[in-house]
Ligand binder design. Structure first.
Ligand SMILES: NC(=O)c1ccc[n+]([C@@H]2O[C@H](COP(=O)([O-])OP(=O)(O)OC[C@H]3O[C@@H](n4cnc5c(N)ncnc54)[C@H](O)[C@@H]3O)[C@@H](O)[C@H]2O)c1
Length: 413
């Protein structure tokens, strides 16, 4: 049992108070059962950003290990670049802390399984931070999926499109960023050593030493949302990718367009991320009885008209006498083609204005810390989603179809 199970509030520390860390901290202010007691970041100005996000003064440090030594810390948020997740999660679990780890859970396949072992060995709660899994609209979508209203679904499509420098991660460098205000050596940790480079520190998603480009940043949300709805959170069997670097040629390692076709046992999933057109982020389930689309916090269900119909098109090539004979027989055999049933009506569901799935996702985590009950987006779910992202990149860079070898825990060409 975690210490928090017997206390009123879960006391947590935020490790990483950059963009996401501050978002998480602001959201946590809406959760009465939790309280941030410390913040950690390698860049000093982010101590102030973290305090402002929490809304009051609190201790801040560059050294997360000093926080893990504190007995009054039950849990940690890990909102640092992806190459840092493994080490911090391992250390946090070994110190007896529960972990909310940002997505994608792992930077590579080995990291993911090391994190699974750490969580299991130390009996910790770990929730990955792809918040759609706790979104009320996704819960409604899962109900529709489970009801069978979609019929057989053999194809699911997910898109994420952006068209701005910010969307392409060309984030501005703050004026006080330098080697004195940033612990560059600790940022690199196990990554290749190189001189201080502010662009790499602030735009780390562009570089394979720290991130996974579009797949790790955005595919992971699409894959997690789909897996939550279908209930199938296994690793895809195969992946093939295409794409290219067309516009954001700033020295980055990753393409600005990637399309991946995944094979799952029951269906295929096509994902596309494009940094050159703001097409939004729709996920569409194409079923024999209906089409379900999620876009932001809105879900639409449109039924397919599956009522039997007499043949029309090919009768154009029939003479009138055969046509009338065929139609007379068809109508005799299908007397009641009546109206669509109520279930077959289109429907739309939207979350209330201002709804935040980040707040809900954090609330799920804090509740699990207290109750010790499992979470949906646990270390296995998060590991599998991240492997799906690594498969997309491997397929892209190798230029071939890749397969998941579950026994060997390896991606193979
Ligand atoms: N769930 C979501 O929707 C969502 C959104 C954005 C980012 N993220 C994820 O959150 C994580 C952080 O992304 P970000 O956009 O906030 O990046 P960021 O660059 O804005 O912030 C990361 C912070 O981590 C700090 N850091 C790095 N190593 C550290 C260490 N060892 N100890 C303490 N601090 C350390 C850096 O100093 C930096 O301030 C990534 O895994 C990212 O994929 C998730």
């Amino acid at each position: 049992m975690g210490q928090a199970a017997t206390t009123e509030k879960v006391r947590f520390a935020a490790i990483g108070t950059g963009t996401r860390g501050c978002e998480l901290l602001r959201a946590s202010r809406q959760i009465e059962t939790a309280e941030c007691v410390a913040i950690v970041d390698l860049y000093d100005s982010r101590h102030d950003a973290g305090r402002e996000a929490v809304g009051h003064d609190l201790p801040a440090t560059r050294d997360y290990r000093s926080i893990l030594d504190r007995k009054d810390v039950d849990a940690v948020f890990v909102a640092v670049p992806d190459h840092q997740h493994r080490r911090i999660v391992e250390d946090a679990c070994a110190a007896g802390k529960d972990v909310y780890c940002e997505k994608p859970m792992s930077h590579n396949v080995d990291d993911g399984f090391a994190m699974v072992r750490a969580v299991e060995r130390h009996g910790r709660v770990l929730q990955v931070g792809s918040q759609r899994v706790s979104n009320i609209v996704y819960t409604r979508a899962r109900e529709i999926w489970q009801s069978g209203a979609l019929g057989d679904v053999c194809f699911i499509e997910g898109v994420s499109g952006r068209n701005s420098a910010s969307g392409a991660w060309v984030y501005p460098i703050p004026p006080d960023a330098n080697e004195q205000t940033i612990d560059w050596k600790t940022f690199l940790v196990d990554a290749p050593q190189r001189p201080f480079d502010a662009a790499r520190f602030f735009r780390w998603r562009c570089f394979e030493d720290y991130g996974e480009g579009l797949s790790g940043d955005l595919f992971v949300h699409l894959l997690s949302g789909i897996a939550f709805i279908t209930g199938a959170s296994d690793v895809p069997q195969k992946a093939q990718s295409t794409g290219g670097l067309f516009r954001w040629k700033d020295g980055r390692d990753f393409p600005d367009l990637i399309e991946t076709l995944y094979e799952y046992p029951g269906y295929r999933v096509a994902l596309r991320c494009n940094l050159n057109n703001a097409s939004g982020e729709p996920i569409t389930f194409y079923g024999t009885k209906g089409t379900m689309m999620l876009n932001g916090n809105t879900l639409t269900f449109v039924p397919q008209d599956t009522r039997p119909q007499p043949e029309g098109y090919s009768l154009i090539g029939w003479p009138e006498r055969l046509k009338s004979q065929y139609l007379a027989q068809w109508h005799a055999e299908h007397p009641a083609t009546g109206q669509l049933s109520e279930q077959a009506l289109s429907s739309t569901y939207s979350a209330p204005q201002g709804y935040s799935d980040v707040v809900d996702h954090e609330a799920v985590f804090f509740e699990a810390v207290r109750s010790r009950k499992p979470v949906v987006e646990d270390v296995h779910f998060g590991n599998n989603m991240a492997i799906g992202c690594h498969m997309a990149n491997d397929a892209y860079f190798r230029g071939t179809t890749v397969r998941w070898n579950a026994a060997a825990k390896k991606i193979e060409a």
